[in-house]
Design a protein around this ligand. Sequence first.
Ligand SMILES: [Zn+2]
Length: 251
Amino acid sequence: MVNPTLFHCHDYKHLIRRWRKVARAAGLKMTAFAQAGGYEVFRLTSRQSPEGGVYLSAGIHGDEPAATEALVSWAEANPEILRNLPCILFPCLNPWGLANNSRNDEQARDLNRTFQHDHVPHIQALKAFIKPHRFRLALNLHEDYDGQGLYLYELERRTPFWGEDLVEIARPLIPIEGRTTIDNRRASKAGLLRRKIDLRKFPTLPEAVYLHLHHAERTFTFETPSEFALDQRVRVQVALIDECIRRILEA
Ligand SMILES: [Zn+2]
């Protein structure tokens, strides 16, 4: 049976209602920290400081609904974990884009290329808020409309790497991306792009690179193929979040 909540995947108000319930169930503080495109933008934080915890974010591209859907689905299923985890969550960084099924925001900006400057007020506010904090893990949830399967980026720093294992977690749930060159970059193996950051190649900064440079020990970006069925894309994103959080809790 199709999960009825999936029909609401571009409904920002519905998404925020679900997050309010998560906040209550998990004891998280939910704050509208900025306005963007006529919408309030929210963050959720643990009662304890997020220092040394995890940063989870979705919806910076509004045409990637499995990302926002997976993050809230994972959170709904794990209030007890969230209750005890130092964390900060951004449920949807481009609400106008989600509501309008648009990658870019209402001013046609790709918000995931704006972390190098402070021109976008809510991205600036996000950066200011996390400024004092270091995270053990940052996850950025995305989708790719050219994707032919799941792939992920692992920004190279902390070893042992997790990327290979994460691809194996995904494999029973969805085909793994077969292309070996994605966005002009060679995959280290099918489905995995592990990169050292060379700033000369980043005239504009994506969220993940910014986090990697300033805040996070481990940074991953998950990319599900947005032409596949939504529930399958959500399931694999949830499984990947699950595995990463499990590893953080075990370490
Ligand atoms: Zn994206």
